[in-house]
Design a protein around this ligand. Structure first.
Ligand SMILES: Cc1cc2nc3c(=O)[nH]c(=O)nc-3n(C[C@H](O)[C@H](O)[C@H](O)COP(=O)(O)O)c2cc1C
Length: 178
């Protein structure tokens, strides 16, 4: 399968980078074709709601890194979102990417699975609630099917998440995705 992994952390060696690495390791071992897009290190301008895409065959007024990502997304069977929790939801870096789906909603809609990987320092029930609800709403809107979530609570830093089962679970989710 073709898998696109979109990460949203500005920490190259952070908690969610480790989850992404482990997931990708498992997915590649299982024979999948993985494309990784690190939103924090790409040039992705926020949607400005100009309406240009509506009158220009889904082309965006911005010419930036989304041009290479969007073609990968069209051909992907699975889209994997990997993000730290920032103020109870996904980071701005990954949200900017998702907002830019707007230009291509019709073409992106249907026939895909999605996965969600996240890490946060919080441990209470509400820590991931905002993110999970947003993720589920995006999937409903795009008519994508959830293929799994890994929500790593109590993980403020790399050295903490390394002591948990989460990296291994991420690897197994990559290895077992069908
Ligand atoms: C701007 C900012 C906002 C954050 N907001 C939350 C939050 O609302 N809840 C929480 O549990 N952790 C919060 N955190 C902690 C991060 O989610 C946590 O440290 C995560 O492991 C960072 O992932 P990374 O190492 O991949 O960047 C926040 C961190 C930052 C920098």
């Amino acid at each position: 399968m073709k898998i696109t992994v979109i990460t949203g952390s500005p920490n190259r060696k952070g908690t969610t980078a480790l989850l992404a690495e482990k997931f990708i390791e498992g997915a590649i071992e299982a024979g999948h074709d993985v494309y990784r897009f690190d939103a924090a290190f790409e040039n992705v301008k926020p949607c400005v709601s100009c309406g240009y895409c509506a009158t220009h065959d889904s082309q965006c007024v911005h010419k930036d890194s989304m041009s290479k990502l969007i073609d990968k997304l069209f051909e992907s069977d699975v889209v994997v979102f990997v993000t730290p929790i920032y103020y109870f939801t996904m980071s701005a870096q990954i949200k900017a990417v998702i907002d830019r789906f707007h230009a291509s909603n019709d073409k992106l809609s249907g026939n895909k699975k999605a996965m969600l990987f996240a890490a946060a320092y919080g441990i209470d029930d509400g820590t991931m609630e905002g993110l999970q609800k947003t993720y589920e709403a995006i999937l409903r809107y795009l008519n994508w099917k959830d293929a799994g979530m890994l929500l790593a609570k109590g993980c403020p830093a790399r050295e903490v998440i390394e002591t948990t089962d989460y990296p291994k679970l991420a690897y197994e989710m990559g290895k077992s995705i069908v």
